[in-house]
Each structure stands twice: as structure tokens, then as C-alpha cells.
Design a protein around this ligand. Structure first.
Ligand SMILES: [Zn+2]
Length: 150
């Protein structure tokens, strides 16, 4: 069983024996399917060839990306708090070194995701930091990996 990630949009799906034929996000009229055909990866595969990147955003805000790009090139924002932090939006990768860095900064109190393009691997991030994920109720149909943390 594996939680497959669509390489085109970066969305992680609930555990399955094999990847799905198509990605529900990419087959929606607002997105597009990979011109080379549907392709999948896993969080473990991404960790082997990608890393998180940090981008200065201003006082108290750290931009987070993934290099090389995965999905649509999502970025997340780590909003620094007094004791713990909030992650605004999410990216398809959380590498081990970057998780250690966020733990050293106080961890996460919560993850808030603006819309389905940023659902990515939000459940993996929630498990790593033992925190809840908040999404708009209207976006519930676009949660491809349902979880009690959401
Ligand atoms: Zn997709």
C-alpha cells in the first residue's frame, strides 16, 4: 500500500495497492493532464531526488519550495509564532532535514490550506508535526487523502 503523488499537480492520494489511472485534480477542467500521460511518485521517491528550499519573504515569514520543482511549483509560507508556527498552504515534499529545522523553530501549531492546489502532502506534514489541517469546507470534495487531521 502506498500514498501515490501525482507528479503533474503534486496531490497525494489515500493508500492504494497501485496508482490510479487518472488524477481527479488534473482531469478537472481547471487543471490539465500531463501531456506525457499520467505519472505518479511517492513521498519516499521525492525525498531521494528533491529537497525543500527556503526563500526570504519578510519579517516572520519563511517561504518554502521544492527543488527540482514538483507539481505546479507550489510554495508554502511558514508564519513564525511566539512559541510555535503556522504553515500557510503546503508543498508536495517535506525532507527530513527541513522537518528537523521546523522542529527546531518550534514545530507547527496548525496548517491552513487556501485551496486544492495546495493540498499536496498536507497529511504527511500534519503527522510529522502532530497538528491539525484547516481547509475550507467547500474544498472537502477535493481532499484525495482524507484523514482525521483535516
Ligand atoms: Zn494531478
Amino acid at each position: 500500500m502506498e500514498c501515490y503523488i501525482c507528479t503533474q499537480c503534486g496531490t497525494q492520494y489515500a493508500e492504494t495497492e497501485a496508482p490510479l489511472e487518472t488524477c481527479r485534480i488534473c482531469t478537472d477542467e481547471r487543471q490539465f493532464v500531463n501531456p506525457q500521460g499520467q505519472q505518479w511518485t511517492t513521498h519516499l521517491q521525492l525525498k531521494r531526488a528533491h529537497r525543500n528550499t527556503v526563500h526570504a519573504q519578510g519579517a516572520g515569514v519563511i517561504g518554502i519550495g521544492v527543488d527540482p520543482q514538483v507539481g505546479i511549483g507550489q510554495r508554502a509560507l511558514l508564519i513564525r509564532g511566539v512559541e510555535r508556527n503556522v504553515l500557510w498552504d503546503c508543498v508536495p515534499l517535506l525532507d527530513d532535514g527541513f522537518a528537523d529545522l521546523i522542529h527546531a523553530l518550534g514545530g507547527l501549531r496548525a496548517i491552513a490550506v487556501s485551496h486544492p492546489h495546495f493540498h499536496t502532502c498536507m497529511v504527511d506534514w500534519a503527522y510529522t508535526f502532530d497538528c491539525p489541517v484547516y481547509i475550507h469546507a467547500d474544498n472537502q470534495p477535493w481532499v484525495m487523502r482524507p484523514d482525521a487531521s483535516i
